[in-house]
Write a protein that binds this ligand. Structure first.
Ligand code: TD3
Ligand code: ZN
Length: 283
């Protein structure tokens, strides 16, 4: 069933576990994630980036996820990931998304608060949940100064001000993860996460979680992360599946033959993440 992001996230916040938010841009990815969530009896968030909307079309993505959610026995939310333009965010609210992210993290704090509040007013009037972000994503390099690092990662006092002045439903914070593939294993600032969670009584979101070690993920969940975004690990699983078919049989030309192992690989990755995040059996 299709539900709001807030419904899924409030339960995760109370229950002390995290829900996987997986990026989708075609039918195979949607089917693989839903199959994994059903097998694990887990609530799940399917999210679309602005790039995915450009690639597949808002109407196609909504139709795919709505059908999958209606058929599913587990709660499913449809979320806009990293909404940066007013028109995309409002279109998603108007076209059946149940959660949107307004990413104003590139703005100074006050502008981010103002932009977020403008979206919250409309989204909440329409029953749509809102995620916002403060701080800059990016790995913690060893040669970075304490000041530089502090400037980039989420400030606990700014996070408190942000939440007090917006009433956002869930907040993405920067604690040392980055989008895309990591060279080594990223180091996370757990003390910062702990401090932020103690100041805020709302669900927190971890972006850039592909490639983060299992122990770090478990620790982040234990310290209050309730939504974990995964895209890269699914892209890799898809492509490895397709590549394995082509390498074994270069003359293969049936898309179904190329996509069947890709779907299976993606499903296994999602099942493993769901177990790691603690949302298995929570549907
Ligand atoms: O918002 N996302 C997904 C889109 C980022 C592009 O890969 C994430 O935070 C997940 O990031 P990743 O790259 O670690 O899967
Ligand atoms: Zn992200």
């Amino acid at each position: 069933m299709l539900v709001t992001g807030k419904e899924i996230m409030d339960k995760a916040h109370k229950g002390g576990y995290a829900v996987g938010a997986f990026n989708v841009n075609n039918m195979e990815i949607v089917q693989a994630i839903i199959a994994a969530a059903e097998e694990e009896k887990a609530p799940v968030i399917l999210q679309t980036s602005e790039g995915a909307i450009k690639y597949a079309g808002m109407d196609y993505l909504h139709a795919l996820v709505k059908l999958a959610a209606d058929k599913a026995s587990v709660p499913v939310a449809l979320h806009l990931d990293h909404g940066t333009t007013y028109s995309t965010i409002i279109s998603c609210i108007a076209n059946g998304w149940t959660s949107v992210m307004i990413d104003g993290s590139r703005f100074p704090l006050d502008e981010n608060i103002a932009a977020t509040n403008e979206i919250i007013k409309i989204a909440h009037a329409c029953g749509v949940s809102v995620e916002a972000e403060i701080g800059q994503l990016g790995g913690i390099e060893d040669n970075i100064s304490v000041d530089e690092r502090d400037a980039r990662l989420t400030s606990p006092s700014e996070a408190k001000k942000f939440v007090d002045e917006t009433g956002v439903d869930y907040l993405a914070i920067a604690i040392g993860t980055a989008h895309g593939k990591y060279k080594g294993e990223p180091k996370l600032d757990f003390e910062r996460l702990d401090e932020i969670k103690k100041l805020l009584n709302i669900p927190l979101v971890l972006h850039g979680a592909s490639g983060v070690g299992e122990d770090s993920i478990k620790k982040a969940v234990s310290l209050g992360i309730n939504k974990i975004n995964i895209d890269t690990d699914i892209r890799i699983a898809f492509t490895e599946g397709v590549r394995s078919v082509i390498e074994g049989k270069p003359e293969e030309f049936d898309p179904r033959k190329l996509c069947t192992p890709a779907k299976e690989n993606m499903k296994q990755v999602v099942k493993t993440k769901i177990q790691l995040f603690g949302s298995a059996g929570k549907a």
